[in-house]
Design a protein around this ligand. Sequence first.
Ligand code: SF4
Length: 318
Amino acid sequence: MVSLDERQIAAYAEHLKTSGTAKAFDFCAPSEGFLYPERHQPGVLETFFFSCSHQFGFWTLNSARWNKPMIARLDGRDLKGSDFMFRACTRAWQRNPRVFFPDTLATMGNAQLSDVFRDDDGANPLPMWAEHLALIHGYAQWFVSRNLEPADVLRRAAADSKPLYALLTVLAEVPGYAEDPLQKKAMLLAIVLENRPEHFLKVTDPESAVPIIDYHLQRSALRAGLVRVVDPTLRAKLEARQLLSAGEEFAIRSATYEAIAAIMAQAELSAAAVDWFFFQNRTRCPETSDPKCPECPVQAICAKETRLFQPVFRTTAY
Ligand code: SF4
């Protein structure tokens, strides 16, 4: 259904290596105290352990077609899904620094958990709330039943000769992280812990890093021509933003994973740096309006497949 375009992969690797535009983000400035918790405070670690596991599903479906991104007003600002999630969690943490400790989560009822995500109109706007709720219960239970805290998981990983590998291995068992064989949210948490000002995780095994494949990155890979769509039926579905089958989604996501892994290796860049480059690309190459190709830093090498769209597929992985 799809194939990798090695020439495009090499061109992007060269661009990222030489342009200096791929740098790791610190998940703090300039949104410290709004999207992200203030540095060096109690409960920050636990807040990110929780919030990263809920980075999924921020869009709505209408008659088997992608409808629109989730945008909701919180504390006076209209926030897209990922930003909404981070702000809602930071707000809850600012009210109670222990709110995301598993033993606290385990005592909260469903209504109380839903209140964490109330927007300025009093609604919980998360399109996949039922899935979020099930994962919160599983996550709290996993830690409480083992008498563990996120800090224990981090301490054990840090003591390992391969801290990143050890962290990803444990997260592969934790509800909220365990469901995705490509470990997108687990690797997101790892780069947050590594790059936050607190440097919670000291990575001595960068070779253990895996690509972080969400829907923005898949859209970018398709439009950039890193991943070519060979099957005309699949191409038509992507252009029409129709719901895909699990097999179609897997073909695109796994090819994107391979393409980004190849870029990381050829450009000798971290997963964090490559992820931040493509995450910023979501505003230049958006979902709801025409891409701004003339202003785009990769317009000279991009395939400009602007009609292609990310897989429309319900998952808790991204
Ligand atoms: S904005 Fe245009 S040039 Fe830039 S990534 Fe999107 S399709 Fe490519």
